[in-house]
Design a protein around this ligand. Structure first.
Ligand code: GLN
Length: 227
């Protein structure tokens, strides 16, 4: 399987994401500079965290207007897995691939620590290796992590099982304790916590590893490849 890790000016979690899929999963991966126009060769698109364009205007807003966005939308439309973590999630919201918006944390402080997440939907290509309602430890690192959407959108997210992760103890004021959501089709996931920072015991926890393994298992099944 071949992963593209998209790098924008100001991305700073791109190497960790690359490490997760290249070194931990042992799959093919490239760091793809945002000027690159063609993502056709890749099986999955990973949007890493960071401060693209210095978070000017709004987190993710400027990256969401760059040329590569059309390619990312095309990959999403084709049903390829698209994962946005933290700033990547913010970019997916600004692109309109996921509903809602990200606001500054309730306490107006940057927060960087482990949080307990609840796997609300384990029947997705990103979470199939977890149990339903399993509690996992994944770190957060954000200033703008308060997920917001209107009541109707929240209802739709709930009705369609699009809420994939919630916080056990809401750290930032997110609506419905939301930590991660997916699109209706189920191939685009945005999440504020960083699974790529928890892929091996050396990093404190390895609960994030199964998210990447889930994507790989799904892809192998789709392509009838036996591991
Ligand atoms: N780690 C990150 O991706 C940071 C995201 C974002 N720029 C924020 O602080 O809200």
């Amino acid at each position: 399987m071949k992963f593209a890790v998209i790098v924008f000016p100001g991305s700073n979690c791109d190497r960790d994401m690359y490490h997760a899929v290249k070194d931990q999963l042992g799959e093919e991966a490239d760091l793809v500079w945002y000027k690159e126009a063609n993502l056709a060769d890749y099986d999955a698109i990973l949007l890493p965290g960071g401060f693209s364009y210095g978070d000017y205007l709004r987190s993710g807003a400027i990256a969401a207007t760059s040329d590569i966005i059309a390619q990312i939308s095309k990959a999403a439309k084709a049903g390829k897995p698209v994962l946005g973590v933290c700033n990547g999630f913010q970019i997916l919201l600004e692109m309109g691939l996921l509903p809602g918006a990200m606001l500054p944390n309730e306490k107006l402080k940057f927060m960087c620590h482990y949080e307990t997440l609840i796997v609300e939907n384990s029947d997705t290509m990103f979470t199939r290796s977890y149990d339903h309602q399993e509690k996992i430890e994944i770190p957060i690192a954000h200033g703008d992590g308060k997920y917001f959407c209107d009541e109707q959108t929240l209802r739709e997210l709930r009705d369609n099982n699009q809420i994939v992760f919630t916080y056990d103890q809401n750290p930032n004021g997110s609506v419905g304790n939301i930590a991660g959501i997916m699109n209706e089709k189920g191939n685009v996931l945005g999440m504020m916590p960083h699974p790529e920072r928890a892929v091996e015991a050396l990093l404190g926890h390895d609960d994030g590893r199964r998210l990447f393994e889930s994507i790989l298992t799904h892809w192998r099944e789709q392509h009838a490849i036996n591991a």
